[in-house]
Design a protein around this ligand. Sequence first.
Ligand SMILES: *Cc1c(COP(=O)(O)O)cnc(C)c1O
Length: 363
Amino acid sequence: MPCSPETLIRSDILHTSSYQVHPAQGLIKLDAMENPFPLPEAFMQQLAERLAKAPLHRYPASHPIELIKKIKHTMHIPAECDVLLGNGSDEIIHLLTIACAKPGAKILVPTPSFAMFKILAHQAQMECIEIALLPDFHLDLVAIREAIRLHQPALIFLAYPNNPTGTLYTENEIEELIHMASSGLVVIDEAYGPFSPASAISRLQTCDNVLLMRTFSKLGLAGIRLGYLAGAPRWLTQFDKVRPPYNINVLTQIAAHCALDHMAIFNAQAQILCAERTRLSNALAALSEPQKIITVYPSAGNFLLVRVPDATAIFESLLHQGILIKNMHTAHPLLAQCLRCTVGRPEENDQLIEAMRKVLAHF
Ligand SMILES: *Cc1c(COP(=O)(O)O)cnc(C)c1O
């Protein structure tokens, strides 16, 4: 037999395509929830000095104790928890799924949610059970209870707040979900924690089936690729076995140290973005008057989900006007005619509002 991809590569991989990232050069980039603010000159200077001394000829620390200590302290992780670092949350999701991928093991995700949960579950050859959110984007606890009974998922992924809906589930929803999942792990993904009024961190101490995942990406350092998982040592020691030993590179470790020494900068930027979120939300809702042609959903993240008359036409028009957002129209039935806009700098948001005003005049 000839050597070819068709004979060697798993058929499910042969039949999927790579993750597509829209080119953004020259555009106002409001598609990926990045922090839009450049870092202050003084911070960059200090970072440059530290990076200049980086021992790049050595492998990075496999278990950087000082960095982990600093993360635990700064992020108020309970002392009895361990922290596992990942090359972005993406790698952590990958580690969780491959470690749990016993034959027939499943994950459950209330959807629409972060696409990587399903993508990485499939790569690990786990089935992904998707339970649709309610029309208001809250959890359908009745359907989830039934699905848990039927499928006994090893992992439940819950983005809190959720992406792309922005929903902050209630304390009661979180409580019930954790309770009904008792024989599986609940991974609470707080990627948008910096913009959220609530956290599930206290569940780490009260529930033995909960893990908390966070990332530096949305806080303002998407480029360094650093995420972390906090939870009981009995779980994290298992997941650590599938972690590549040098997964966090030397430059990232230094940048993370530096960032953790200057959290006030990032916290201040997050505060501005929260205020801008409110301003953008109000301005977009006002554009909709008086016919109510657009709906802006409540968001606890640094983005807004908006339902419009024609998502694809409006996405294209904004692109034409130099603004890249994310068209969610085909991502899930509940997202029909929905767009997701990252909250940018004030002047970027002004341009988004103006561009929206222009295009909505045609509806
Ligand atoms: C953006 C996002 C992440 C971030 O992933 P990284 O790999 O850490 O950049 C994780 N979870 C959710 C729900 C997100 O939206």
